[in-house]
Design a protein around this ligand. Structure first.
Ligand code: ATP
Ligand code: MG
Length: 339
């Protein structure tokens, strides 16, 4: 259904030297540099799947989404959505997709939300009866009622995001691109949005490509994930497999009351390999990353507490960023694979 093949996007960037002289130079003899925003990204998404599209900041996710939605033309490679090339017939294509960029609203700032939907109805030529049933569905899923008469500029971030998703869904698209739809939202609203996405996917078999930095979004929603870094694929597979392979890392942070404790002394009491244990020390503050299959969390806590007088301690799961970091590092150090 969605096919991306070796997508690449280069941007030309003009380098400006400082000062007025630099400005003139940039104007008349611009020095250009090529930025490779996406290098070589390939994946496929079957109909009805929710794909988590992940990667650290600047990895090229939004750039790929812009190519898939026809906003940008690939420098090389190609994409096809339901057999269509997005850039070929944009007018027809945009009727089949919905797009939300969480970082920026696509709604009209001064229009009350209700009017916004009426305008979109005309743009997408949605029939009156369809529009009504569609609005009823979106209203139920996203609970828009309490702010539907308010101008977009007065909406809270969570309300605005729900409105943005509703707007992208009004014409019943087969494919939905959500680029960070939960960014900056509180836990309750995040949960609300996740359930809405789930419901839309289940009830309408909408295919969803979702970009996020939040592991909970992925755990709840995504059947599969594709991860990129530096514009290239680094992982493509199920979340389960990713967790089995890489998600066993935990991070323990503690503050000791003993200024003589060193990193070396701490590590000595564990017979763990380098990829199973890494410690960073900042005076009396220690950041310990460890493999919980090699050293269970309880045992790690016990040993730490019996070694030194601890003032404060916390343990947390590896988050998406951490898994990505490890994945990327393991790419550079193949011997650590399957650790
Ligand atoms: N129009 C542009 N001109 C020049 N460089 C760009 C442009 N758009 C993106 N880039 C660069 O391409 C790289 C990838 O950017 P992109 O926005 O796709 O990353 P991302 O994975 O979406 O990151 P984030 O998680 O922060 O949203 C970055 O280094 C960015 O600075
Ligand atoms: Mg982005």
């Amino acid at each position: 259904m969605i096919e991306a093949e070796h997508l690449r996007k280069d941007f030309k960037k003009i380098i400006k030297e400082p000062g007025l002289k630099g400005s003139f130079k940039a104007l008349f003899r611009p020095k250009k540099e090529i930025v490779v925003a996406a290098d070589d990204v390939s994946f496929q998404v079957p109909k009805g799947e929710i794909l988590g599209f992940l990667g650290p900041n600047g990895a090229g996710k939004s750039t790929v989404i812009k190519m898939l939605t026809g906003i940008l033309t690939p420098t090389s490679g190609q994409c096809r959505i339901n057999g269509q090339i997005p850039q070929d017939n944009r007018k027809k294509y945009v009727r089949e997709i919905g797009v939300v960029f969480g970082q920026r609203t696509q709604l009209w700032w001064d229009l009350p939300l209700r009017e916004t939907f009426s305008v979109l109805k005309e743009i997408y030529e949605v029939e009156e009866s369809q529009f009504r049933s569609r609005m009823a569905f979106l209203n139920e899923v996203l609970e828009l009622d309490s702010f539907i008469t308010s101008p977009v500029r007065t909406l809270s971030l969570g309300q605005r995001m729900r409105a943005d998703i509703a707007a992208s869904m009004l014409h019943n698209p087969k494919v939905l691109f959500l680029d960070e739809p939960t960014i900056g939202l509180d836990v309750v609203v995040k949960d609300h949005i996740r359930h809405a996405i789930m419901k839309i996917n289940r009830e309408e078999q909408t295919t969803v490509i979702l970009t996020t930095h939040d592991i909970n979004d992925i755990e709840l929603l995504c059947d599969r994930i594709v991860m990129i870094d530096h514009g290239r694929n680094v992982y493509d597979g199920s979340l389960q497999k990713l967790k089995e392979n890489y998600g066993q890392m935990r991070e323990m942070i503690f503050e000791t009351a003993d200024p003589s404790l060193t990193k070396e002394k701490f590590c000595q009491q564990f017979s763990l390999k380098k990829h199973q244990l890494s410690v960073k020390q900042d005076k009396t503050r220690f950041k310990v990353r460890f493999d919980s299959t090699a050293m269970p969390v309880g045992e790690m806590l016990n040993r730490t507490l019996s070694l030194t007088r601890v003032k404060d301690i916390s343990v947390k799961d590896a988050d998406v960023e951490e898994i990505i970091r490890r994945l990327y590092q393991q790419g550079e150090e193949p011997h650590e694979k399957n650790s």
